[in-house]
Design a protein around this ligand. Structure first.
Ligand SMILES: [Zn+2]
Length: 112
């Protein structure tokens, strides 16, 4: 899940693993699971998302959420998911670069 962390007087978006409850520290260590449950996958349908660490957390949450007799929910790497989100929101690479510079300039406030 996406949360906002309050630290040093500011708010910072963080992604929390839906399995273990710990923060996913970088895009390479997380995945996003598209979850329909028992709902049919129909054109235009919206599904829920689960954010988890790769490996044990991924496997653990699948064992809890996957309805018996159904195929495993499709998943994607967290960094690709976030890139797709930017793409479909029409946030350009130039705009992302500009925003990254703005974030870097405020680095002293960003929580590690
Ligand atoms: Zn986890």
């Amino acid at each position: 899940m996406i949360k906002s962390l309050f630290s040093a007087g500011g708010f910072y978006p963080v992604i929390i693993c839906d399995n273990c409850g710990k923060r996913i520290q970088d895009g390479d260590s997380g995945i996003v699971i598209n979850y329909f449950g028992k709902k049919p996958k129909t054109e235009g349908a919206l599904c829920d998302l689960f954010y988890t660490h790769k490996g044990d957390c991924h496997n653990s949450i699948l064992s809890r959420i996957q309805p018996e007799g159904t195929e495993a929910p499709k998943w994607i790497d967290l960094d690709m998911h976030l890139a797709q989100l930017n793409y479909y929101l029409k946030i350009t690479q130039d705009k992302i670069s500009e925003l990254f510079e703005m974030i870097k300039s405020k680095k002293k406030r960003v929580v590690k």
